[in-house]
Design a protein around this ligand. Structure first.
Ligand code: GDP
Length: 214
């Protein structure tokens, strides 16, 4: 297929993939709670408040799907979303960077994440959400370190791209591109999104459709 036709084909496949509704399946606090490894999984990770729920809602074309995962009690779980008949499972990971959380909770969360990232054969890619106003910070870099160590493929998605000025957004993109450049498990391309304006959503859907095809 010529390159342009291939891009169009994945854009259409991405649109179709998310044309049918995704629903909340369950929240998992233990690895044993996870569904069978019968679908390709993509996971979304990011600091609390980075815009993860909004992005999952925009991706799936719903207004409140991922709100479930932002309700108290669900924030420390791996929240699972699926669409009937689709070979894709979305895993919403707990937001990190909540300094106020009690230590045992943070430890349990860290253990769950570590087990999930290192032991899940069906996990195809982690989308690491980073605030588009400034690019990656301490916690974001720690997560990337862990993903590199676990050799789990990941790609950075900048969020809230409508907020910074064009100059600041360009700086954030440059800083992010530099931050992933030498990382072994990172996808070199950054996806720039705004859930508010819809920027980058079609591109993200196409990228996920491409993952499923390979
Ligand atoms: P989460 O904690 O990572 O799930 O973040 P949320 O999706 O709940 O978003 C946190 C805050 O950022 C909310 O007030 C959202 O309205 C806001 N927000 C999320 N995405 C965008 C975006 O693309 N643009 C703008 N301007 N605000 C956003």
């Amino acid at each position: 297929m010529p390159p342009d036709a291939e891009i169009d084909a994945f854009a259409e496949a991405g649109r179709l993939l998310f044309a049918r509704p995704f629903v909340f399946v369950k929240g998992c606090v233990r690895i044993a709670d996870l569904p069978e490894m019968d679908k390709v999984e993509i996971a979304f990770a990011g600091r609390s408040n980075v815009g993860k729920s909004s992005l999952i809602n925009a991706l799936t074309g719903t207004s409140n799907l991922a709100r479930t995962s932002n309700t108290p009690g669900r924030t420390q779980e791996l929240n699972i979303f699926e669409s009937a008949g689709e070979p894709l499972r979305i895993v919403d990971m707990p937001g990190y960077g909540f300094a106020q959380a009690p230590k045992p909770k943070v430890e349990a969360w860290t253990r769950l994440i570590h087990q999930y990232l290192t032991g899940r054969a069906t996990l195809r890619r982690v989308y690491v959400l980073v605030d588009g106003r400034h690019g990656p910070r301490g916690n974001d870099l720690s997560v990337m370190n862990e993903l590199d160590k676990a050799a789990v493929s990941y790609q950075v998605v900048l969020t809230k791209a409508d907020k910074p000025s064009p100059t600041d957004l360009r700086k954030a993109i440059a800083a992010t591109t530099a931050a992933v450049a030498k990382r072994p498990a990172a996808h070199p391309t950054i996806i720039v999104t705004s859930s508010e304006r819809g920027d980058g959503i079609a591109e993200l859907r196409a990228e996920i459709a491409r993952l499923l095809a390979h």
